[in-house]
Design a protein around this ligand. Structure first.
Ligand code: NDP
Length: 251
């Protein structure tokens, strides 16, 4: 039987891409309870139907949640229905890049959206869920989705790279803080993955978004989802602390 059997797993950014694919991989693996959160509620409602009809015993709670609105996070967690209230695993996946820009021409509103989503939202989600972990005797997993952009910057990506570096430092400090517990803090850094990520970055311009992948063979969301499922289904004392997953052309 999978070690994930019966676990309650909260995924942010579950309406598309890596988050959606992770929900499906988890449902394939065990009879889990999934809290699927995103701003686009109809998409996570649709995903609930898809998962519950295909995977017997898996239960899904769709949630409308904008992680950048941090004042809504604790009330959302506090009002989870009893069946989903004891979160065992948090997957902090919600994130985005907006624009490619020099610093002098930066759209500060977009910069703030990236910082508030990728960093502040991830911190606030971690804080809220850690309170559940400690209430339950100090156990649980947090998986933070970083990026190779947090390891090495690129021209035009100053703010996005900065947010993903922040994810790495926050994750590392949190891992130190939870050393004497059974809380595992995991970071997965994807390289290039073909999702709606580029479409969002280029404000819906499909030809620009597609050009990012031309001449390359990017990963697909499922490649990252499989790694996340592997990390959270290890034996309790095994921590895949920080891992990078790249398409071969990027390795
Ligand atoms: P997608 O654009 O396909 O998915 C992004 C998800 O994040 C969507 O479900 C979106 O849902 C959600 N989201 C965005 N903003 C918010 C918010 N404020 N509150 C809640 N949910 C939000 O991109 P990916 O799946 O590729 O991205 C997932 C993660 O992977 C991100 O953290 C990204 O930085 C990271 N990553 C991606 C890489 C890539 O090449 N694709 C490479 C490295 C890292 P909704 O719009 O419904 O809210």
């Amino acid at each position: 039987m999978s070690r994930l059997e019966g676990k309650t797993i909260f995924i942010t950014g579950a309406s598309a891409g890596i988050g959606k694919s992770t929900a499906i991989e988890l449902a394939k693996t065990a009879k889990v309870k999934l809290i699927l959160a995103a701003r686009r509620l109809p998409l996570v409602e649709e995903l609930k139907k898809e998962i519950e009809s295909k995977y017997e015993g898996v239960k899904v709670l769709p949630l409308k949640l904008d992680v950048s609105k941090i004042e809504t996070i604790e009330p959302t967690i506090a009002s989870l229905p009893e069946e989903f209230a004891n979160v065992d695993i948090l997957i902090n996946n919600a994130g985005l890049a907006l624009g490619i820009s020099t610093v002098q021409t930066l759209d500060m509103q977009e910069a703030l959206t990236m910082i508030n989503t990728n960093v502040v939202g991830l911190i606030a989600m971690s804080k809220a869920v850690l309170q559940i972990f400690y209430k339950n005797g100090g156990k649980g997993d947090i998986v933070n989705i970083g990026s190779t952009a947090g390891q090495e910057s690129y021209k035009g990506g100053s703010v996005y790279c900065c947010t993903k570096s922040a994810v790495t430092q926050f994750t590392s400090a949190l891992r130190k803080e939870t050393l004497d517990t059974r809380i595992r803090i995991i970071e997965v850094d994807p390289g290039m993955v073909e999702t709606d990520f580029s479409l969002t970055r280029f404000h819906g311009d499909k030809s620009k978004a597609d050009s990012v992948y031309q001449g390359t063979e990017p990963l697909v969301a499922q490649d990252i989802a499989e790694v996340i499922v592997f990390c959270v289904s290890r034996r309790e004392n095994t921590v895949i602390a920080h891992t990078t997953v790249l398409p071969s052309h990027q390795a």
